[in-house]
Ligand binder design. Structure first.
Ligand code: WQD
Length: 335
């Protein structure tokens, strides 16, 4: 397997994955519509990896653009990141989410079928588990009705790929991400701050940088050790490396579709994340306890035995590394 198309490859997880792909010798073509990324990220990726790649500024929903790419290149596989991913935004604008996330996948699948490209890594999410009662969640944990249109697009995406793969020489791996955080240790790439952050870690770093006045911890009355929610935070570089492992595994796997939890297997409360940030970076964070945020689940973290065993992958970075790299990236943004 040599040449890979990465959709959304200038985005947060996409850019880190392109670095890992280039670093181990894959040739990469990226299609990105710059909806949630910037063209300048391309040069930063190439600087880190020491290798170049081709960029097509375009949308996977644009069949003509995709067709031209698949005519120009013979792809051995595709990693599909291009999708909207803000839970709150999806509640306010469900049609935009179904149009972009679901129709975009269908557009990609039909072009892949036409050009006989038969390996797909799909960006899914632990959000498909909803508020699971048995923890840690395994890949056999019941999929529950999604809490948001965003979550529904991930469940639909998995179902569409499963149906598409039946009776075909088509193979796909569904990666259910937990909470991706942090940035590349070089601090050259990370999560671009576009608007007010919904997620915890960018809000922490922007508060520490003085961009935000104060972090609000959404609820301290949950049934957890310190009353705040538990999540499985995973370093974005660890997550990126899991995609490379998945590509290698995909082409040789005996069945058509397989699914993997990609987390650390460890849960941290919000207060533990704050303390880890303060400790490793030597800063005091200005935060207060506020009311719960609607839609938040109390706790979720991954059983990673399947991904450890079959992909030969496990997370290497711990929460202190994640907080250190997140802060270095934030400080680099101020320069
Ligand atoms: C984490 C914890 C908040 C902000 C979402 C999506 C998920 C994935 C990651 C795409 C929660 C608390 C947060 C703040 C806080 N996205 N928090 N104050 O909601 O677990 O997951 O993003 O794939 O699909 O659902 O992540 O970072 O928003 O929240 O207290 O200002 O931090 O209540 O407990 P979440 P998050």
């Amino acid at each position: 397997m040599k040449k890979i198309l990465v959709t959304g490859g200038l985005g947060y997880i996409g850019s880190h994955t392109v670095v890992e792909l280039l670093s181990v010798g894959f040739d990469v073509v990226v299609i990105d519509n710059l909806n949630n990324s910037k063209e300048e990220v391309k040069a930063r990726i190439e600087d880190i990896a020491g290798r170049n790649f081709e960029l097509c500024i375009g949308d996977v929903n644009d069949a003509a653009t995709l067709e031209a790419l698949f005519v120009k290149h013979t792809f051995d596989g595709v990693i599909h990141f291009a999708a909207h991913k803000a839970v709150g935004e999806s509640v306010d604008n469900p049609v935009m989410y179904y149009q972009n996330n679901v129709s975009g996948l269908i557009s990609l699948l039909s072009t892949m079928e036409k050009h006989k490209v038969s390996n797909l890594i799909f960006s899914s999410s632990c959000t498909v588990y909803g508020a699971a009662t048995d923890l840690p969640v395994t890949e056999k944990t019941l999929i529950q009705k999604a809490e948001s249109p965003y979550g529904t697009t991930k469940i639909l995406g998995e179902d569409i790929i499963n149906d598409f793969a039946k009776h075909k020489e088509f193979k796909s791996i569904l990666l259910r991400y937990f909470n991706p955080v942090g940035a590349h240790p070089s601090a050259k790439i990370g999560e671009l701050p576009l608007g007010v952050p919904n997620n915890l870690v960018p809000y922490i770093t922007q508060t520490a940088a003085g961009i935000r006045e104060q972090l609000t911890v959404f609820g301290e009355d949950y049934n957890t050790e310190d009353g705040t929610c538990i999540r499985d935070y995973i370093h974005v570089v660890d997550l990126a490396k899991a995609h490379v492992k998945a590509l290698t595994y995909c082409q040789d796997m005996s069945h058509n579709v397989d699914v993997f939890n990609v987390g650390t297997g460890k849960g941290n409360t919000v207060l533990e994340v704050i303390r880890a940030f303060e400790k490793v970076n030597g800063v005091k964070l200005n935060y207060k306890i506020g009311p719960r945020r609607g839609g938040d689940i109390e706790q979720i973290y991954a059983d990673t035995s399947k991904v450890n065993a079959l992909l030969g992958w496990s997370a290497q970075y711990d929460i202190a590394d994640m907080m250190q790299h997140a802060w270095a990236w934030q400080q680099g943004l101020q320069d």
